[in-house]
Ligand binder design. Structure first.
Ligand code: FAD
Length: 415
C-alpha cells in the first residue's frame, strides 16, 4: 500500500512540497523494498547476497534523496543539509517515520542530535575535527548523560565529574544507555564541572565535553540487553579520562541548556515520528480487516473491529493536532512548555494504543518480525520513559497550571 499524502491547506507551499517529495520516495522506493531493507534488523539470518542487494538499494535511495534536495534535513545548507526550518522538519518527520526512512534521509540518532549541538555550540576547530566527519559518515558518535546510580529523570543529580588540571579536563563517572556506544568514535559526555561537593540543584554546573573513544580510561563495559535483544545502548566507565580543555562544548555550565535545546525541539520531532508510525499501523490494521475472514465474515464487518478503527482514528487525530498546535506555538516564539509536556505524555500513550489494536487485528502475525508492529510497540512503550518520563511531564503541566491559578488567573486554552 502507498502512503496517501494530500496537500494541507493553511501551511506553506514549501511544507506541502516537502511532504509530497518525501512521500513519493517513501512510497515508490522504500515501501516496495521494505522487507529486504530491514530484514537484518529483525535478527533474521541473511545471506551475503541479500546484504549486498540491500546495500545497493540503500545507496540508490540515498542518491534519490540527495537529488530531491532532502538529504540531512536537520542540517543547514552550509553543512550539506537541506536547511529545513523547524516546522518544515516537523511535518517531514511524520512521513519519514511512516516509512521508517530517517536513516535513508541522513538522519541517524544520536548522530543527528550531536550534529545539531555541534553546529550550535562547537568552535570552528571542533566543527572541523568532529562535525564534518560525523556529517560525511567518517565518524560515529554517542551522547553520554544517563547514569545507572542516579535518576536520569533528574539530570541535575548526575555525578560524573570533570576536574580542571592544567590545560586538561579529567573526567570520572559511570554512564549507561549511551546509544550507538559500540560504534561511536567520540562521546559527548555530560559532566559536573565545578564545586563538585556543592548542592546538586544548580543547572550551571553541567558542561558537555567531547571525549574520543580511544582516550585511555574510557571503558565500554557492555551493550545492554534491551527488550530481550543485545543492543548498542552501552554502559561505560570513564576513569581518569584526560582530554584538552578545548574539548569543552560551549562555555562552562552551558551543558544543561544545550541538553534542553536538544530535547525541546526533539520532543516535537519524536511526537511527529510517533504519529507517522501510528499512521502506518493504522493503514496496516485497516488493510488487514478488509481481507481477513473470520467466523463467516470479513473483520471489517465486525463491530469490535470497527470500534478499533474509530478509536485509532481519534487517537491519531488528537495526537497530531496537539503536536502541530504545540509546534506552531514554538515556531511563533510563544511559551509552549505546558504543551510540550502534554504531547510528551499523550502521544506515546496514543501510539501504544494504536499499535496495540493493530497487533490484535493481525493476530499472531502482529508479534512477528514480518511486520513492523512489534518493534513499534516496544518503541512506543520505551518512549513513555525516555526523554522525560510521563510522571515528570505530568508534574510540569500541573505546576504551570497551578502557578497561573495562584496568580489569580485562569488558563486560556485558546492561547
Ligand atoms: C532505548 C533507550 C535509549 C536511550 N538512549 C540514551 C542516550 O543515548 N543517552 C543518554 O544519556 N540516555 C539515554 N537513555 C536514558 C533515558 O534518557 C533515561 O532512561 C530516562 O531519562 C529515565 O531515566 P532513568 O532510567 O534513570 O529513570 P529514573 O529517573 O530512575 O525514573 C524511574 C521512574 O521513576 C518515576 N519518576 C521519576 N521522577 C518522578 C517524580 N518526580 N514523581 C513521580 N515519579 C517519578 C517515573 O515513572 C520514571 O520512569 C536511553 C534510554 C532508553 C530506554
Amino acid at each position: 500500500m502507498q502512503m496517501t499524502v494530500e496537500p494541507i491547506p493553511n501551511v506553506s507551499e514549501r511544507i506541502n512540497e516537502i511532504r509530497r517529495l518525501t512521500a513519493r520516495i517513501v512510497s515508490r522506493e522504500i515501501l516496495p523494498n521494505e522487507s529486504m531493507l530491514w530484514r537484518m534488523q529483525s535478527g533474521e539470518k541473511v545471506s551475503p547476497a541479500d546484504i549486498e542487494a540491500a546495500g545497493e538499494v540503500r545507496s540508490h535511495i540515498k542518491e534519490t534523496v540527495r537529488q530531491a534536495g532532502l538529504w540531512a534535513p536537520h542540517l543547514p545548507e552550509e553543512y550539506g543539509g537541506a536547511g529545513l526550518d523547524f516546522l518544515e522538519l516537523a511535518y517531514m518527520n511524520e512521513i519519514l517515520a511512516y516509512g521508517m526512512a530517517a536513516a535513508l534521509f541522513g538522519v541517524v540518532a544520536p548522530n543527528s542530535g550531536n550534529q545539531s549541538i555541534l553546529v550550535k555550540y562547537g568552535t570552528d576547530e571542533q566543527k572541523e575535527k568532529w562535525l564534518l566527519p560525523l556529517i560525511d559518515g567518517r565518524m560515529e558518535s554517542g551522547f553520554s548523560m544517563t547514569e545507572p546510580d542516579q535518576a536520569g529523570s533528574d539530570p541535575r543529580s548526575l555525578k560524573t565529574t570533570a576536574r580542571r588540571d592544567g590545560d586538561e579536563w579529567v573526567i570520572n563517572g559511570h554512564k549507561w544507555f549511551t546509544s550507538n556506544g559500540l560504534r561511536a568514535d567520540f562521546f559527548i559526555v555530560m559532566c559536573r564541572t565545578e564545586d563538585v561537593d556543592g548542592p546538586a540543584d544548580a543547572n550551571a554546573k553541567m558542561t558537555q565535553i567531547i571525549v574520543p573513544r580511544d582516550t585511555p580510561g574510557v571503558h565500554i563495559l557492555r551493550g545492554i540487553n534491551v527488550w530481550g535483544r543485545d543492543s548498542d545502548h552501552c554502559e561505560i566507565r570513564y576513569e581518569d579520562v584526560r582530554v584538552p580543555l578545548d574539548n569543552q562544548l560551549g562555555r562552562t555550565g552551558s551543558g544543561h541548556q544545550a541538553a534542553q535545546d536538544r530535547l525541546g525541539a526533539g520532543r516535537i520531532y519524536h511526537c511527529m515520528n510517533s504519529i507517522g508510525q501510528m499512521w502506518r499501523a493504522f493503514d496496516l490494521m485497516v488493510e488487514r480487516m478488509m481481507v481477513r475472514e473470520v467466523h463467516g465474515g470479513l473483520l471489517e464487518t465486525k463491530q469490535f473491529m470497527q470500534g478499533f478503527i474509530a478509536e485509532s482514528y481519534m487517537d491519531i487525530q488528537a495526537a497530531r493536532l496537539m503536536t502541530i498546535n504545540c509546534a506552531e506555538k514554538m515556531a511563533a516564539g510563544l511559551d509552549a512548555r505546558t504543551d510540550i509536556s502534554s504531547i510528551k505524555v499523550f502521544v506515546p500513550a496514543a501510539y501504544e494504543r494504536v499499535v496495540d489494536r493493530a497487533i490484535q487485528v493481525w493476530g499472531a502475525a502482529g508479534v512477528t518480525g514480518d511486520l513492523p508492529l512489534a518493534a513499534m510497540y516496544q518503541g512506543a512503550r520505551t518512549l513513555r520513559l525516555a526523554d522525560g518520563p510521563d510522571e515528570v511531564h505530568r508534574i510540569l503541566i500541573a505546576k504551570n497550571v497551578l502557578s497561573r491559578y495562584h496568580a489569580g488567573e485562569g488558563w486560556d486554552f485558546a492561547s
